[in-house]
Design a protein around this ligand. Sequence first.
Ligand code: PHE
Length: 341
Amino acid sequence: MALSDFVSQLDQLIADAKNAFEEVGDIASLEETRVEFLGAKNGRLKAAQKLMGTVDKADKPTAGKKFNEVKQTIEAAFQSKKELLGDPAAAKKSGATFDPTLPGVKFRLGRLHPITQTIEELKDIMGRLGFSVADGPEIEDDWHNFEALNIPHEHPARDPLDNFYLGTANANTGGDKPLLLRSQTSTVQIRVMESTPPPIRIISLGRVYRPDTADATHYPMFHQMEGLLIDRSVTMADLKSVLRLFAVSYLGGDVSIRFRPSFFPFTEPSVEADYFWNDTWVEFGGAGMVDPNVLRAVGYDPEEVTGFAFGLGVERLCMRRHGITDIREFYKNDVRFLEQF
Ligand code: PHE
């Protein structure tokens, strides 16, 4: 046999073998293909080796060299396919096998917003102090947001610059009873007392709206926790105890409370409550003894019952607890921020 014929047969053999190993998709057909080409008895490489005997003597060294190259190439094709099928990651790619030891696909779990989490926790703490949860609408009328809370018509708290009035109604005329986005959760005090006889022990958590320019500590929408307790002979001492127990539960450790004199139309006396935590006094919120005018507005007898009320900023509590320094972070909906909670 002429050397050139032998070489072209070998080239054909290499091409066939490469194709065949390429197409192999599982261990069983890999073995079949191995036998076809590399089989010791009837493999095509073996046949080629036999043919080499017929090549002219002078060309034998060249033919032998070529044969060895071909043998190595085919064996390499077999080896690399074998590794590929044996390697789980490669096997997955070809869809050939299923490897149960592979790590699973990671789920991205959703979670509650930090403010929602805080609200749930506050409900839990206050629930243990015997307060149940009441709710009220975010769109309020003049009566619940102002009038019944002892905020008369000429009071500056009604200023259109400080409230989100809905429609064109003028807040100060009173005649056309404007609607507005509630500016405080104290509205819920009125709603609860109107519909329930004393004693009362509720909290109400929800959104309030004020036209403030957003900065690190202000946002035109934020959340408050309102508390209201009405019973016979309730005193400021009860208010202080409740706020202190609340602060101890939420912030942990021995938190002290102090009252500073303040003014709210719906409480008398009124205070600003602060708590002492991490070596500083921090503003808690407003509080006080429910004004007799408010009790009368809802049909209670101020000679029979008294009570206290308080209103705390939820964002502020959450920020303190987690060391958040900018309230706007809560409402950017940046997952990198939110997923930390
Ligand atoms: N409503 C008051 C505010 O928004 C807080 C407050 C609630 C004060 C209850 C006294 C009693 O600032």
